[in-house]
Ligand binder design. Structure first.
Ligand code: HEC
Length: 207
C-alpha cells in the first residue's frame, strides 16, 4: 500500500511539473502566422506585400480584440474613422444606378490576377441581398433590398449611407465590410453610382 501511495504522489508531481512547462512554452501563434505569411506570400500585381502584412491602427486594434472592443475604445475608433470620411465636394451624392448595379456585381480588383490600375468592383452581392432579380448573393451582411424605399433619402440617410460605404468602421468599430472609399477601392464616381443603386426610386433595389 505504501508503495502504491508514493507512486500516486510522484505521478501527481510529474503531471504538475509538465503541465506548467507546456504552458510556459506555448508558442506565439500570431507571430508564427505573420512570419509564415511573410515567408510564403508572393506579391503579384495589385496584391502587394504591404496589404498582406501591414495593418493600420484600426485594423491592429480589432485584430488584437477578436471578441470585440469595449464601448469606449469602440466609440473612439468610430469617431476617428468618421472624421476621415470625404464627402463629395460638389454636394452631389447620387450617380447612375445602372452603373451601380454593375459595380455591386463586380468582384474583381486588387487581386494577384488583376492588372495594376484595372477598375475595381464593390462585390456588394457577395455579402448582401440587393435586388429581387439577382438570386445569387451572400448573407454575411444584412439584406439591402428596398433600402431606399424603407428609409427614404433624407439628408441624414444620404450622409449616413455615404459614410457607411466610404468607411464601414465609422459606424461599427470592427465591421467586416470593406472600407471602399477610405482604402481607395472605389472612386468617388463609383461610390455615387452605388448610392443611386441603394437610394434611387427607379433602382431594382427599391422595386
Ligand atoms: C465582406 C462582406 C461585405 C461586402 C463585400 C459589403 N458589405 Fe455592406 N455590410 C457588411 C456587413 C457585415 C454589414 C453589417 C455590419 C456593419 O454594419 O458593419 C454591412 C452593412 C452595410 C450597410 C448598412 C446597412 C444598414 O442597415 O444600415 C450598407 C448600406 C452596406 N453594407 C452597403 C454595402 C455596399 C453598397 C457594398 C458594395 C459596394 C457592400 N456593402 C459590400 C458586409 C459587407
Amino acid at each position: 500500500m505504501k508503495i502504491l501511495r508514493l507512486h500516486h504522489v510522484s505521478v501527481l508531481l510529474v503531471a504538475a511539473c509538465c503541465t506548467t512547462q507546456v504552458l510556459a512554452a506555448e508558442p506565439d501563434y500570431a507571430k508564427a502566422a505573420l512570419d509564415m505569411m511573410k515567408a510564403d506570400f508572393k506579391a503579384k500585381g495589385p496584391a502587394t506585400m504591404e496589404r498582406m502584412v501591414q495593418q493600420d491602427e484600426a485594423q491592429a486594434l480589432c485584430s488584437a480584440n477578436p471578441q470585440g472592443l469595449k464601448p469606449k475604445p469602440a466609440k473612439k475608433l468610430e469617431q476617428a474613422q468618421l472624421a476621415a470620411v470625404k464627402y463629395p465636394a460638389d454636394g452631389q451624392y447620387m450617380g447612375d444606378w445602372k452603373n451601380g448595379e454593375k459595380i455591386a456585381q463586380n468582384g474583381r480588383g486588387m487581386q494577384s490576377s488583376d492588372a495594376v490600375g484595372s477598375v475595381n468592383g464593390g462585390n456588394c452581392y457577395a455579402c448582401h441581398q440587393m435586388s429581387k432579380t439577382e438570386i445569387s448573393f451572400g448573407n454575411i451582411g444584412p439584406t439591402l433590398y428596398q433600402y431606399g424605399k424603407l428609409r427614404g433619402a433624407s439628408p441624414e440617410i444620404v450622409k449616413y449611407t455615404w459614410g457607411k460605404i466610404y468607411n464601414a468602421q465609422a459606424y461599427n468599430a470592427c465591421s467586416k465590410m470593406p472600407r471602399f472609399g477610405h482604402n481607395g477601392v472605389l472612386t468617388e464616381a463609383q461610390l455615387k453610382d452605388v448610392m443611386a443603386l441603394l437610394l434611387d426610386v427607379e433602382s431594382p433595389v427599391n422595386k
